[in-house]
Write a protein that binds this ligand. Structure first.
Ligand SMILES: [Zn+2]
Length: 87
């Protein structure tokens, strides 16, 4: 699986065409550290809009990695199991 951290503008344009039919997952959030966009090299400041893009051959190759790099809004994490008893 390929992992890319990008700015939001690049993420919107990225992989709109997917001729090989790869599994593409885009998770939008805010950068939790200083980084650079993997596509345009824009510096991603702390808390700036960013996107974590995963490119895998099949959905089975995907694993969750995004929250090492971005803070993910709760509306995007509904497919991630959460233990209700922890809250
Ligand atoms: Zn960019």
């Amino acid at each position: 699986m390929k992992r890319e951290l990008t700015c939001r503008e690049c993420a919107i344009k990225a992989y709109q065409e997917n001729p090989n039919g790869e599994y593409i997952k885009k998770v939008y959030g805010n950068a939790i550290g200083y980084a650079f966009c993997d596509i345009c090299n824009l510096k991603l400041e702390l808390n700036s809009p960013a996107c974590a893009i995963s490119v895998a051959l099949t959905p089975d190759d995907y694993f969750h990695w995004e929250d090492e790099f971005i803070e993910i809004p709760t509306w995007q994490v509904k497919d991630i199991p959460v233990e209700p008893s922890k809250f």
